[in-house]
Design a protein around this ligand. Structure first.
Ligand SMILES: NC(=O)c1ccc[n+]([C@@H]2O[C@H](COP(=O)([O-])OP(=O)(O)OC[C@H]3O[C@@H](n4cnc5c(N)ncnc54)[C@H](O)[C@@H]3O)[C@@H](O)[C@H]2O)c1
Length: 253
């Protein structure tokens, strides 16, 4: 997709690592200017440097997606720095503890729901008005296969990711008349620090996850980034409100 996003501006939350970093780099390679946000300042600045070292434009902003003022400032920064907002990947996410339903704590529930669900809502709340002002845009929210089927590993994670699917479909319906497309992706296990945490906590979970992949392997962050950039591009101009599995066949079983 050489230069097909030239002149466009993309926001990526959770851009310091994993899927967010790979997608920031992919957006930049496709010609877009990127504002990436994260609570991890070191990782976020590193992603921005990886992009600017290639001659492309990127800016990092520290933002906690649970905090409205931070998210508002993130969008304002994109407008002030690059003058537009065309695409957003609302990707910041956390796993939470691996405790079962009856042992799960209220604090962990609030933390996981705050980042994974409220964070996606707040991001769209501030991104969509700017997209509407310029006549349209495309948003990709990050759900999970745990947004389509139940999870054995975390009740709040699965609930938050099911919530992202509902928010995505609702936003798609509300803003389709304004030219804003809103989709979400539902990846199975992706090789990132989140998966590392899960596997380190319980190696048997890693083995079970791998055994349950019909294609026998985990995804790379770059494979997820390809789908996100395609969903934002005009090649996907008739797709909105979709919850797209990117899962090597996991949910086809
Ligand atoms: N790795 C997987 O197996 C997998 C599978 C399906 C979906 N996902 C989803 O993909 C997304 C990206 O995860 P990843 O695998 O790249 O993991 P990751 O841990 O590498 O990246 C997550 C990023 O989100 C950032 N973040 C956490 N809390 C934040 C907050 N409050 N505000 C802003 N940033 C915050 C982290 O600092 C980190 O940089 C998440 O939403 C995750 O739930 C991951």
């Amino acid at each position: 997709m050489p230069d097909s996003l030239a002149g466009k501006v993309a926001i990526v939350t959770g851009g310091a690592a994993g899927i967010g970093r790979a997608t920031s780099l992919k957006f930049a390679r496709a010609g877009a200017r990127v504002v990436l946000a994260d609570v991890d300042v070191v990782g976020g600045e590193e992603t921005a440097q990886l992009i600017t070292a290639t001659g492309a434009d990127a800016a990092f902003v520290k933002a906690d997606v649970r905090v409205a003022a931070d998210v508002e400032a993130m969008v304002a920064m994109a407008m002030q720095t690059f003058g537009s907002l065309d695409f957003a990947l609302n990707n910041a996410g956390v796993l939470g503890s691996g405790a079962a339903m009856i042992d799960f704590t209220e604090d962990d529930w609030d933390y996981v729901m705050g980042v994974n669900l409220k964070g996606v809502w707040l991001s769209m709340k501030y991104e969509i008005p700017e997209m509407m002002r310029r006549g349209g845009g495309a948003i990709v929210n990050v759900s999970s296969v745990a947004g389509l089927v139940g999870s054995q590993h975390s009740p709040a994670y699965a609930a938050s990711k099911h919530g992202v699917v509902g928010l995505t479909k609702t936003a798609a319906l509300q803003y389709a008349p304004h030219g804003v497309r809103v989709n979400c992706i539902c990846p199975a296990a992706v090789l990132s620090s989140m998966l590392e945490t899960l596997v380190t906590r319980n190696p048997q979970v890693g083995e079970r996850l791998l055994a349950s992949q019909p294609n026998g392997r985990f995804a790379s962050p770059e494979e997820i980034a390809e789908v996100v950039v395609w969903l934002c591009s005009d090649a996907a101009s008739f797709i909105t409100g979709a919850a797209l599995p990117v899962d090597g066949g996991y949910t086809a079983q």
